[in-house]
Design a binder for this molecule. Sequence first.
Ligand SMILES: *[C@@H]1O[C@H](CO)[C@@H](O)[C@H](O)[C@H]1NC(C)=O
Ligand SMILES: *[C@@H]1O[C@H](CO)[C@@H](O)[C@H](O)[C@H]1NC(C)=O
Ligand SMILES: *[C@@H]1O[C@H](CO)[C@@H](O)[C@H](O)[C@H]1NC(C)=O
Ligand SMILES: *[C@@H]1O[C@H](CO)[C@@H](O)[C@H](O)[C@H]1NC(C)=O
Ligand SMILES: *[C@@H]1O[C@H](CO)[C@@H](O)[C@H](O)[C@H]1NC(C)=O
Ligand SMILES: *[C@@H]1O[C@H](CO)[C@@H](O)[C@H](O)[C@H]1NC(C)=O
Ligand SMILES: *[C@@H]1O[C@H](CO)[C@@H](O)[C@H](O)[C@H]1NC(C)=O
Length: 531
Amino acid sequence: MKSTSLAANSMLVAAAAAAVAAVHEPSYSLNTTPSSPVSQPHGPQFVSYSFEPAYWVEFFGEPDSPRDLTFTLLNHLHERGARPIIRAGGIAMDSMVFDPNQTKSVVRTENGKGGIYRTTIGPAFYDHWDNFPEGTTFVSTLNFGNNSVSIARGLAEASYQRQRDKIVFYELGNEPTNYPTSRWKGSTEAYIAQWQNFTAEIDAAIDGDSHGKWWASSATTDVTPLKVRPADLIPKGVNSTGQVGQYSIHSYAFATCDPARAARATIPNILNHTDLLRYADDEIYPSAKAAMDAGAPWIIGEFNSIACSGKPNVSDTFAQALWTADVELLYAVRNASSVHLHQGAALVFQSDQQLNTPGDDGSPGFSSYSLLYPIDSSKRGAARVLPVFVSQLLVAEALADGGRIAALETPRGLAEQGFSAYAVFQEKGRGACGSGKKLKLAKLVILNMKPYYAGQEAARATLSVDIGEHKGATVKRMTAPAVDEKDSAKVTWAGQSFRNGEAVGEVAAERLGPNEKVAVKESEAVLVTFS
Ligand SMILES: *[C@@H]1O[C@H](CO)[C@@H](O)[C@H](O)[C@H]1NC(C)=O
Ligand SMILES: *[C@@H]1O[C@H](CO)[C@@H](O)[C@H](O)[C@H]1NC(C)=O
Ligand SMILES: *[C@@H]1O[C@H](CO)[C@@H](O)[C@H](O)[C@H]1NC(C)=O
Ligand SMILES: *[C@@H]1O[C@H](CO)[C@@H](O)[C@H](O)[C@H]1NC(C)=O
Ligand SMILES: *[C@@H]1O[C@H](CO)[C@@H](O)[C@H](O)[C@H]1NC(C)=O
Ligand SMILES: *[C@@H]1O[C@H](CO)[C@@H](O)[C@H](O)[C@H]1NC(C)=O
Ligand SMILES: *[C@@H]1O[C@H](CO)[C@@H](O)[C@H](O)[C@H]1NC(C)=O
């Protein structure tokens, strides 16, 4: 019967088409017209760092015995044109004192279980700045916690006398939101009055070098009685004396400081792009906007994925690389001038219910969100670079040469929480009378945030992303065998891994033919550079 066989035939054709579709996965069309404003041009300081001063020597060594592993990582960034600003900041900054007679860079005064009462720095701390890659600049960080103008001024003078040419900013106090409430009794005005008093005293002591170079705020986004985020300080006149250079805010959307928050600090949650957008827009952007409306630059003066030193099996995996790349680019879109990724170790006095602890002998319990474990330790094993490091190379290369970045809409058919994409533009000459710079689409960053775990039953899917018409491109890939990979020898950027600092392998940039689509596996990111 003809009709039946025809029907059977067309069913066969349909089945064959389905089989073909299963092999050639559907492609998703990425609209490269920005869905956000295009950012300011980014400078080489965009990718920057914050190092807990108490652990400075573990990360950098002493002037006569520098810690090569950390310096090697900084060199990889400098080779790509990046010039990270180094902030020796964090909680220990607020118990830091300068002792001109101390021969060591840093001495911690501890309780034997890793609790730090004081961090004493000697002249070698500043002298060591000369061993950083050529062109490195620093933030001179000062203690506000001890409520002593002489301690703060002592640090400022020591830094100014030794390294005035390398100091680009001064910072008084870390996270005043976490100070005892009795200090300012929740009064923003009282905080500003004392901050202006100290900064004026210090300006006078160091020939005005710090005037106009102060970071203001350095607040967290925690809900606290004292409201001193930039959005709170700016309308209350923190810059009425003209001392502020930049507004700084700290960004930690997740934490292991207590069991309830530790339970939420999971790989799927830190890779939920929708939630990262929510935090950036609700908690950070109002302060960023207040700064920009005042014509002022703003920065993320300290940030990382999971407060209280990260979470093992989450922040020491490749997930942290995807998180860091996405969050740094989110803040680049929102015009942060620099983002200081925090490096350190567990601080016992930060929380009495935190997940992370020092070693049993009080030795540092290095933060699992850092770029590296800088030395061998009982808590974290052998010194090594962690999977996150490759994200720094991706972001530095994406924003190189004054890149201006914008967000792109999620392609139809994909979930926003598992996908993130950006377009990077380069300015092309100037229009008439210097106005209307022409923007040329130079690069795309595409992050497939969907977790693919080692040993997972479902196969690792590949997204085929249609990026429209183009004349060809190169693709650099940030990848790992799985999102929970912890061995950085298996984590690569453009084919190279960095477990012991040095690049292993040849640079592998893939060629993309004209109009060709880009393949991005689950838990993978690519930088597409147009020819
Ligand atoms: C970033 O700055 C540019 C100007 O350089 C501006 O047009 C844009 O609106 C700003 N972006 C945001 C998100 O505020
Ligand atoms: C440093 O040593 C000198 C000379 O021994 C001494 O006079 C001074 O008080 C010491 N300073 C501090 C801060 O300990
Ligand atoms: C600074 O304050 C801390 C915490 O209150 C205290 O333990 C330390 O002794 C103080 N340091 C100095 C030098 O006063
Ligand atoms: C700071 O406050 C102290 C104590 O009130 C006062 O003596 C000093 O003059 C003030 N300094 C400045 C620069 O305002
Ligand atoms: C602070 O005020 C001074 C003097 O008006 C101004 O030059 C400077 O740009 C302001 N700083 C910021 C961050 O707005
Ligand atoms: C991802 O984050 C958004 C925004 O916070 C939230 O509504 C959504 O439930 C999250 N997705 C999952 C799977 O948790
Ligand atoms: C991390 O994962 C390993 C292997 O799955 C497990 O043995 C270890 O207990 C986990 N560590 C933490 C802190 O959860």
